[in-house]
Each structure stands twice: as structure tokens, then as C-alpha cells.
Design a protein around this ligand. Structure first.
Ligand code: CP
Ligand code: NVA
Length: 311
């Protein structure tokens, strides 16, 4: 069934229905093929993306900016010091002003409420480029990556190991929307948000998937088709990094953990990685590691999102 995402924002993973998510994934795959064939696709010619960053970035900034160039449009980078979101003027005024210039806004924020506020007040679509609660664009790229490697998503087991953070939250939703079996293993006290767990379980019950959370990493990673990890301390938690290192020992993707997963398990990490902490360098370079495919797919997935929201 054709969907209509035009004019909509993408702030939460659940802003897309399963059908809409599949439309995004198929569009991403088509745009990737066209790019590989050298076929130009200026679908956003003359359009502008305003990118607000409260936190650092490599992949998000470069993939959105490059994506806009490839689509014939233009992207403007607004550094944390440029607009001082919430300090120099209100989020509401920033949203209203940017909407008068830009056709799309992407924002990487601390509080999730900030990106939600932007979407509430902007008159153009707003895309979440990571907040403390969610990282939905990352998960669209990750689902594209798994789909490429396994030719399906429904019924696959994805085990996430580490901190119950923004990436874990969007993965729980994304896995639930696509009928995957998601298991999240964290140290006690670092479990994902309870409301997100129950919401993703409710979605999974309609798609044939499941979502489980616990502390026993080898039980939760058993027979996984996909092993996923992310940093133990996220941006904004730098002061906790040392204390977390002690608590997260044992929650590392390495040869030992791979041995409990399926032999053909795909290894994922959204990057940046802290090698020797949540993953060892050797495991990240194994043939079944797809971490750089994931990074590349940020480009294709976000181009699809931008085309469908603002095309
Ligand atoms: N994975 C990701 O979002 O990377 P950046 O923080 O470099 O954008
Ligand atoms: N959880 C990490 C993801 C980085 C892309 C963070 O928020 O810093």
C-alpha cells in the first residue's frame, strides 16, 4: 500500500508505521542502487536542510550534508555555539524562523523534548538526528544493513549488548515494527526505559516479533542473528565514563560472545567505538562485521527519509 509521508516529521521511531518504515527502506535501497550506477537523482533540487547540533558528530553531519548535495539541495550546519538552542532564543522561535528559510530541519539534541518542541512549532518536517532518548535515523540505516545481509528482517533475533540508551530504545522500536526478536542485555541499573519496553512489546505483539530485556548477556545473545553494541557512556555522560567501565565489564562484543550467537551472526555498532570497551578491535574487523556498511547506509537511509518527508 502506498503511504504518504510528505510534510511529516521523524522524531520517534514510532512516527513510522511498519508499512511506512518499509517504504523508507525500499526507497533507501533504490537510491543506493541509483548512486552505485552513477545515476543522478536531484529529487530535492533547490531545497535546503538546516542542521542543528547540540552535540558533536561525524556520521550524522557528513551523511546528511552529503545526502542533500546528492539530491541537488543544500545543507546548512549550525554548530552548538551558533544558535545556542534554548539560551540565545527559545526553541519555538528557532523553529518558526528556520521554517521561513528551510524546507527541512534536522536536530541533534540533549533532551528529547527539544527535538519534539522543534517539530511541534516548525512548519516544515523535523528529523531527529539523535536525542538522549532516541536515534531513529541510525536504526533505519541499521535495518537496511541487516536486510541487505539477511534478505529479511522478520523472525531474526537481534541481541543488543551494553547500555540501555538512545540506540537501544530506537532498536527496540525498530525491531518491533519489523517483526524481529530483540533482546537487550545490560548491567543491572542500566536497563532501557520501562515505558519504551512496554510500548515496543505492544508493537511486537502485532508484527510477530518480541522484545526482551535482562542482565544475562550470554543467555540473551544465544543464537542471535545480529549482535549489536554501542558505547557504555553516551555524549553528555562523559563524567560517568570511568564508573561505567567497571560496571559494564562483561558486556563486550568479542569472540566469546560471538561463540554463543549463530555462526553467521552479523556484528553491528553505530560508531563511534571505544575499542577494548564495548567491542574489541579484532571483532569489529571480522568478515561478519558490518559496521562500515551501517555507517554508509546512514547516507542512503537519510536520503530516503528526506525525499519522502520533503520531496
Ligand atoms: N552514529 C552516529 O550517529 O555517529 P555520529 O555521532 O558521528 O554522528
Ligand atoms: N549512544 C551514543 C550514540 C552515538 C552515535 C550517544 O548518544 O553518544
Amino acid at each position: 500500500m502506498a503511504t504518504n509521508l510528505t510534510g511529516r516529521s521523524f522524531v520517534n521511531m514510532t512516527d513510522f508505521s511498519p508499512e511506512e518504515l518499509w517504504e523508507v527502506l525500499k526507497t533507501a535501497e533504490a537510491l543506493k542502487l541509483e548512486r552505485y550506477r552513477g545515476q543522478p537523482h536531484p529529487l530535492l533540487a533547490g531545497k535546503t536542510l538546516a542542521m542543528i547540533f547540540q552535540k558533536p558528530s561525524l556520521r550524522t553531519r557528513v551523511s546528511f550534508e552529503t545526502g542533500m548535495t546528492q539530491l541537488g539541495g543544500h545543507a546548512i550546519y549550525l554548530a552548538p555555539t551558533d544558535i545556542k538552542l534554548g539560551q540565545r532564543e527559545t526553541t519555538e522561535d528557532i523553529a518558526l524562523v528556520l521554517s521561513r528559510y528551510a524546507d527541512l530541519i534536522m536536530a541533534r539534541t540533549f533532551g528529547h523534548d527539544i527535538v519534539e518542541d522543534l517539530a511541534r512549532h516548525a512548519t516544515c518536517p523535523v528529523i531527529n538526528g539523535l536525542s538522549d532518548r532516541e536515534h531513529p535515523c541510525q536504526i533505519v540505516a541499521d535495518l537496511q544493513t541487516v536486510w541487505e545481509k539477511k534478505a529479511r528482517l522478520d523472525g531474526l533475533k537481534l541481541a543488543y549488548v551494553g547500555d540501555g540508551n538512545n540506540v537501544a530504545h530506537s532498536l527496540m522500536y525498530g525491531g518491533a515494527l519489523t517483526g524481529m526478536h530483540v533482546s537487550v542485555a545490560t548491567p543491572a541499573g542500566f536497563e532501557p526505559d520501562r515505558a519504551i519496553l512496554s510500548e515496543s512489546q505492544a508493537i511486537a505483539s502485532t508484527t510477530g516479533g518480541s522484545v526482551a530485556v535482562g542482565n544475562d548477556v550470554s543467555v540473551l545473545a544465544k543464537d542471535a542473528d545480529v549482535l549489536y553494541t554501542d558505547v557504555w557512556a553516551s555524549m553528555g555522560q562523559e563524567d560517568e565514563a570511568e564508573a561505567r567501565r567497571a560496571k559494564f565489564k562483561g558486556y563486550q562484543v568479542n569472540a566469546g560472545l560471538l561463540s554463543v550467537a549463530r555462526p553467521d551472526a552479523v556484528v553491528l555498532h553505530c560508531l563511534p567505538a571505544h575499542y577494548g570497551e564495548e567491542i574489541d578491535h579484532e571483532t569489529s574487523r571480522l568478515p561478519n562485521s558490518a559496521i562500515f556498511d551501517q555507517a554508509e547506509n546512514r547516507l542512503h537511509a537519510q536520503k530516503a527519509i528526506m525525499v519522502l518527508l520533503a520531496g
